[in-house]
Unconditional design. Structure first.
Length: 68
């Protein structure tokens, strides 16, 4: 299986999250995990450039917010 590749970039009014197939699966798993009923409101995950994201990406926070 390919390595996940995810890049986040954009400007103030538009953000793009681009990924290869493995990266899309990785994001889907992270989002599914955030939807787990046993997790509480406010739970979040940080994705950072060079770690979870491709170099040059802006940081991304995936957060659970039950007020929405």
């Amino acid at each position: 299986m390919d390595e996940p590749g995810i890049k986040v970039y954009g400007v103030a009014t538009e953000i793009t999250v681009a990924a290869n197939a493995a990266g899309l699966r990785d994001l889907a798993e992270r989002l599914t995990g955030l939807a787990d009923p046993e997790l509480s409101d406010g739970y979040h995950k940080h994705l950072k450039s060079g770690i979870s994201l491709e170099e040059g990406s802006v940081s991304l926070i995936l957060a659970r917010d039950e007020a929405l």
